[in-house]
Design a protein around this ligand. Structure first.
Ligand SMILES: C[S@@+](CC[C@H](N)C(=O)[O-])C[C@H]1O[C@@H](n2cnc3c(N)ncnc32)[C@H](O)[C@@H]1O
Length: 246
């Protein structure tokens, strides 16, 4: 079955991925909601912001509250990853961006989501700065990118020289509440030979922009009509002007 590429789908990613044929993508690059509002911390969870008043995600996403019971969230994310693995070809890989955090004084390292999956590497994305008002631990300055790879996955020639700690500034101009930087996704995509790229949580369309920059094909899914529109505009602008408008 042929699938139409270079488009965005408005819908729930699990439902939409289930409609895709097995083995139809070479690469998945994505960053899911982190369930940040289900937090033992004192600010993000109740919507008032506490010390986090200026954090964009205080209000959650436009169509997702980001506050699921922890076990439900982990199961959901695991099911999403299993579906991503199903739609990947035998030389494909998933780059799954997530954030570890401290909950009730203990590191929550997302093992409950990724345990048993074919993790080949954890890449550290070192961000600039960060916020932590907690005296119990050092200021977190990185996120992780799980490289979850099928057996035959290989990087593009010379890409392995980038190493596994990457420093990129977070995105500041993008109105989406949790975008990742184009430069980070450009690094991932240009480090592979993938032709068909899926992002099931496409948000403002960063993965699509980086795919176009590298002459690859993409399919993006998001549950929010607002972000799909944002992404469509951003892609249109990029194709027209060759510049990333935000
Ligand atoms: C961390 S953001 C992704 C941001 C994106 N990487 C970017 O650069 O703009 C997570 C996205 O997941 C979307 N989302 C939440 N639940 C979803 C679901 N069930 N299916 C598809 N998308 C969903 C949210 O609307 C949000 O845009």
């Amino acid at each position: 079955m042929e699938i139409a590429l270079n488009k965005l789908i408005l819908g729930d990613c699990l439902e939409e991925m289930r409609k895709l044929p097995s083995g139809s993508f070479d690469l998945v690059v994505t960053s899911p909601p982190y369930n940040l509002k289900n937090s033992t911390g004192n600010g993000m969870k109740d919507g008032r912001g506490g010390k986090w008043k200026n954090a964009e995600l205080v209000n959650g996403y436009s169509n997702h509250h980001d506050c699921m019971p922890h076990d439900e969230y982990s199961k959901w994310q695991r099911n999403c990853l299993l579906e991503m693995l199903r739609v990947l070809s035998e030389n494909g890989a998933i780059f799954y961006n997530h954030k570890w955090r401290v909950q009730n004084g203990l590191l929550q390292d997302r093992q409950d989501i990724v345990k048993g999956l074919p993790i080949r590497q954890i890449i550290i994305w070192k961000r600039k700065g960060g916020i932590n008002f907690n005296q119990g631990y050092f200021l977190p300055t990185y996120e992780v990118i799980y490289l979850i790879a099928k057996k035959n996955f290989k990087l593009a020639p010379k890409a392995n020289a980038f190493g596994d700690v990457w420093e990129f500034k977070q995105e500041m101009k993008n109105p989406h509440p949790a975008p990742y930087p184009v430069a980070l996704i450009n690094r991932i995509i240009s480090s592979t030979n993938a032709q068909r790229i899926l992002d099931p949580f496409i948000g403002s369309g960063t993965t699509a922009i980086a795919s176009i920059m590298n002459g690859r094909e993409y399919l993006g899914i998001d549950i929010s009509p607002e972000y799909i529109e944002m992404a469509e505009n951003r892609i249109k602008e990029f194709k027209k002007q060759g510049v990333i408008s935000f």
